[in-house]
Write a protein that binds this ligand. Structure first.
Ligand SMILES: Cc1ncc(COP(=O)(O)O)c(C=O)c1O
Length: 384
């Protein structure tokens, strides 16, 4: 059966994969090598040096391309390394319009690393397409979208932004870390580049740091492959293997993340000690209709604010949680809780942060795949 015809669950397991040529091993071997023997200069079997290409990384890159309905996948040493490669497509003077409510490390990379090379970033709320369009000018080369956003769970209309990108002939990149291709396929919605912190749901087991890009266009892929090799921020074969293994259970994990996410979100919304719950699955979520039209379910990421919006109360809750581990990161099988203002988003200045709702009392949950009842009992004892 042609691979393009496989449905998503089959692609997670078989997409881009073939038994290894040497012994037919079903999982790709971890080719723990930096270099490859040549019979004569240039006489090799497709691999010459592992920064340029490594067979285990190739297996992952093909798998990534398959699950995102793309043609070319690229794996990097971290999600930020993947973003770094995208921004290196630009020239000094070029402008980027980006979500204002985005992962703090992406913001830091844009502001503190790339601004000094003359790239101009506009951080804006992207719920309104007219507002986005008003920030596009002749120098704009890239629209950077994170949806759902981290940590406010805003949902951005990818089809709408893609139409703007086409109209103005600029690239659209979507950070698909929170949704994963199980829930949302940005390339199908019209994006040019899809990006992942594969550290999160794709790896799925909190044991690896990897980044990914997937594109359809050959010329764009070639420019990114050049940057990947020239800048060298690649992931190693062991890390490639771990993400590839993670992807094989992505669909079953995501199904449970979504079920548990709904149970926890509903519990929080019904708790009188909680002031606000941010989760795109609620009918009352301001972007619920868009979420429904571009996502197949709503995921396991939830943010909430305790009543009175007190910093002390938020810290008390995260310290009392037991089954939810207080930790950076998300998307693993185990449930994690985070305090964005002091952890993941500490690199965004307070005034900037608060403009998008990341107040000091906000708590973010990555709901794992444990029993939902146990997760709710843990929240109950912590919230009191
Ligand atoms: C939405 C999002 N994008 C990008 C990143 C950066 O990825 P990495 O930590 O793998 O560099 C993260 C990390 O938390 C993230 O949550």
């Amino acid at each position: 059966m042609s691979e393009k015809k496989l449905k998503f669950n089959s692609k997670t397991i078989h997409g881009g994969q073939e038994p290894d040529k040497a012994y037919g091993s079903v999982m790709p071997p971890i080719y723990q090598t930096s270099t490859y023997a040549q019979t004569t200069p240039g006489g090799h079997q497709g691999y010459e040096y592992s920064r340029s290409a490594n067979p285990t990384r190739t297996a992952l890159e093909k798998g990534l391309a398959s699950i995102e309905n793309g043609n070319y996948g690229l794996a990097f040493g971290s999600g930020l390394a993947a973003i770094d490669a995208v921004i290196k497509l630009l020239e000094p003077g070029d402008e980027v319009v980006s979500t204002n409510d985005l992962y703090g490390g992406s913001y830091r990379l844009f502001k503190q690393v790339f601004e000094k090379y003359g790239i101009v970033f506009h951080f804006i709320g992207m719920q309104d397409l007219d507002v986005i369009e008003s920030h596009i000018n002749a120098k704009t080369k890239l629209l950077w979208v994170e949806t759902p956003t981290n940590p406010m769970m805003n949902v951005i209309d990818v089809r709408g932004v893609a139409a703007l990108a086409k109209k103005h002939d600029v690239l659209l990149a979507v950070d698909n870390t929170f949704a994963t291709p199980y829930l949302q396929l940005p390339l199908d919605l019209g994006a040019d580049i899809v990006m992942h912190s594969a550290t999160k749901y794709l790896g799925g087991h909190s044991d690896v740091v990897v980044g990914a890009l997937v594109v359809r266009d050959k010329d764009l892929a070639d420019r990114l492959y050049f940057i990947q090799n020239a800048s060298g921020a690649v992931c190693g074969p062991m890390d490639s293997f771990l993400v590839l293994r993670g992807i094989k259970t992505l669909h079953v994990r995501m199904q449970r993340h979504c079920e548990n996410g709904r149970a926890v979100a509903e519990y929080l919304a019904g708790n009188p000690k909680i002031e606000k719950v941010y989760w795109p699955g609620f009918d009352s979520h301001p972007n619920h209709e868009i979420a429904k039209s571009q996502m197949s379910d709503f995921g396991g990421m939830i943010s909430f604010v305790p009543k009175g919006s007190s910093y002390e109360e938020a810290i008390k809750i995260v310290e009392k949680l037991g089954l939810f581990t207080l930790a950076e990161s998300l998307g693993g099988v185990e449930s994690l809780a985070g305090h964005p203002a002091s952890m993941t988003h500490a690199s965004i200045p307070k005034e900037e942060r608060e403009k998008s709702g990341v107040v000091d009392s906000l708590i973010r949950l990555s709901v794992g795949i444990e029993d939902a009842d146990d997760l709710i009992a843990d929240l109950e004892q912590a919230i009191g």
